[in-house]
Design a protein around this ligand. Structure first.
Ligand SMILES: CC(C)(COP(=O)(O)OP(=O)(O)OC[C@H]1O[C@@H](n2cnc3c(N)ncnc32)[C@H](O)[C@@H]1OP(=O)(O)O)[C@@H](O)C(=O)NCCC(=O)NCCS
Length: 158
């Protein structure tokens, strides 16, 4: 597996991974077009890559198979895991055919390192408690700090 920083050219990949995140339980609740029409969802990738955006892409045999990325969202247009204007919120997705092989843990660990290098003090996310991704987050030290609808907001102190 090869890890590299995400670039502006990765927009389509991140949009595809965002779709995986919103369809996390395997039900195709959203199509890409429906996601684009949902401002609250699309704001995680809209205009990528903006100043301050950062991310990590995993490739297997030169094929992108997963990504984790983060951006600052603001109180007037927050993400589901919004904590504060100075706490980036992350998103993560791995292609269905390459899950369970360590890709998710690798991109997330690298993203956390990048957030630390950028001198952020915390990074946040939103996860539905039934999602096994929550186990991955807890194993890296994320802890639940609140609830938004049916989802937990989790934070890692960097
Ligand atoms: C969550 C996700 C990113 C994990 O990526 P992955 O490459 O499958 O994960 P890894 O192989 O690195 O496993 C990391 C941990 O995830 C958990 N996990 C294992 N198998 C899993 C599975 N089939 N589905 C979800 N989580 C799993 C385990 O806690 C695992 O810990 P381990 O390293 O001790 O085995 C990936 O399953 C995915 O894209 N899911 C759909 C999108 C999504 O849910 N995004 C997050 C929304 S909050």
């Amino acid at each position: 597996m090869h890890l590299r920083p995400a670039t502006a050219d990765d927009f389509d990949l991140l949009a595809a991974m965002l779709l995986e995140a919103f369809n996390w339980d395997g039900q195709r609740r959203f199509t890409l077009d429906q996601l684009k029409a949902e401002d609250h969802a699309w704001r995680y990738v809209d205009g990528w890559m903006r100043a301050g955006d950062f991310g990590v892409v995993a490739e297997l045999d030169s094929r992108p198979v997963g990504a984790a990325w983060a951006r600052l969202l603001t109180a007037d247009r927050p993400g589901y895991g919004y904590v504060s204007d100075d706490v980036p919120e992350l998103s993560i997705g791995v292609s269905p055919d390459t899950r369970g092989q360590g890709v998710g843990r690798a991109v997330l660990t690298a993203l956390v390192d990048a957030a630390r290098e950028a001198a952020y003090e915390r990074i946040s996310l939103s996860v539905e408690p039934e999602n096994r991704a929550a186990e991955l987050y807890r194993s890296l030290g994320f802890r639940a700090v609140g609830r938004n609808g049916g989802s937990d907001t989790m934070v890692l102190d960097l």
